[in-house]
Design a protein around this ligand. Structure first.
Ligand SMILES: [Zn+2]
Length: 384
């Protein structure tokens, strides 16, 4: 059971509103999937996620495969039951983490051989294994194994990764038996490779398509140009998923370009570092300006945190490194993201998305590029 219904297309942008039907219920689109790498969206319960308006979660095959192991989760009745989430679940193939987090030993057409970042044990991931792992987890939407080329790797490397991604997509499709499997478009920052990758994958007739390998350090204009090429060359009646991009301005620009589904660890990770989203941009709650702010972080914010606590209290919790700080900040940020998605969906349905986008971009000040990259570098270093 998998279906995508388009309810409305924006007359002036490529934005659309629709519904993805899965065995665990419908997902109104466009939508944002919070990331639950280890079978949990850090600090929140499934009930809290529901209450925030979450329709679908993302689980990481790589993390779950290494710990607790797919066999354990299968014996516990699958990932839905194990983590207590009865709504739709997407899993990634594990490819991204193998190429970014694990100690990679060797990649060939056969698959990737790597050492676990946890204990150094040796593992392999082939297209067939990526599919069987995700099926054992019980994913409603699984992803084909892909090779994300490193940004700035040069044309030859990107060509090779794009070719291999296609080869692996074919093998994933052949191995796949349950749930919906999405193909992933690669092609780096080369317009012709992006187009070729999108067309080749489209010919394989997946029920949905993801766009990978973007926002890896390239300038934003290039990100959007590449995304345009992908969405122009993918079948219009199938859902499109932009992987791993999720700042508020990215979500608005992605929706305008015809993306239906997003995932990103950004709102939850930023929250744990004291970064909170407001309608005019992201703020750092640890800054002195919040020390005596008696009102909520944002007036009118309907989230649990803003309804019950002052910005001054949040500031204090972060300064004192209290655990509640992480929960309250995560609740606020996910509430902000879920409302942004719901507002966009409503705007598309009511034929006023172009105006919504214009007003949002005029009001919202994106986090400066240098601050964003510096933070990304810090996170990458922490992980290694
Ligand atoms: Zn709030």
């Amino acid at each position: 059971l998998f279906e995508f219904r388009i309810e409305k297309v924006c007359p002036t942008t490529r934005a659309r509103a629709g519904k993805i039907i899965t065995p665990h219920g419908p997902v109104p689109t466009p939508t944002f999937a919070p990331v639950g790498s280890q079978g949990t969206v850090k600090t929140l319960t499934p009930d809290e996620l529901r209450e925030l308006g979450t329709h679908i979660l993302l689980g990481n095959a790589y993390h779950l495969m290494l710990r607790p192991g797919v066999e354990v989760i299968r014996k516990m009745g699958g990932l839905h039951r194990f983590m207590g989430w009865d709504g739709p679940l997407i899993t990634d193939s594990g490819g991204y983490q193998v190429f970014s987090l694990a100690r990679l030993r060797k990649v060939s057409d056969e698959g990737a051989f790597f050492r676990s970042h946890i204990d150094g044990s040796e593992h392999s991931l082939s297209p067939e294994k990526a599919v069987s792992v995700q099926e054992a987890l019980g994913a409603d939407i699984a992803m084909a194994l892909d090779e994300p080329p490193a940004f700035g790797g040069g044309r030859e490397k990107v060509e090779e990764a794009t070719r291999r991604t296609y080869l692996w997509a074919e093998r994933c499709l052949a191995a796949h038996r349950e749930g919906a499997l999405f193909g992933i478009v690669q092609g780096g920052t080369f317009p012709d490779l992006r187009r070729e990758s999108a067309l080749a994958l489209a010919s394989l007739d997946f029920p949905g398509y993801a766009i990978g390998g973007l926002s890896l350090g390239e300038p934003k204009e290039i990100t959007w140009a590449m995304l345009d090429i992908c969405t122009e060359n993918l079948p219009p009646h199938k859902p499109r998923y932009l992987m791993g991009m999720g700042s508020p301005e990215d979500l608005v620009e992605g929706v305008a370009r015809g993306v239906d589904l997003f995932d990103s660890a950004l709102p939850t990770r930023v929250a744990r570092n004291g970064g909170l989203y407001t309608s005019i941009g992201r703020v750092n709650i640890e800054k002195a300006e919040f020390r005596e702010m008696g009102g909520p972080l944002e007036d009118g914010c309907p989230c649990y945190t803003c309804r019950h606590f002052s910005a001054a209290y949040l500031h204090h919790l972060f300064r004192a490194q209290e655990l509640l700080a992480l929960r309250l900040a995560t609740l606020h940020n996910l509430s902000f993201f879920m409302r942004l998605m719901a507002d966009m969906r409503r705007a598309i349905l009511e034929d006023r998305f172009a105006l919504f986008r214009q007003e949002f971009l005029a009001r919202y000040r994106p986090t400066p590029e240098e601050a964003r990259l510096a933070q990304k570098q810090r996170w990458l270093k922490e992980r290694l």
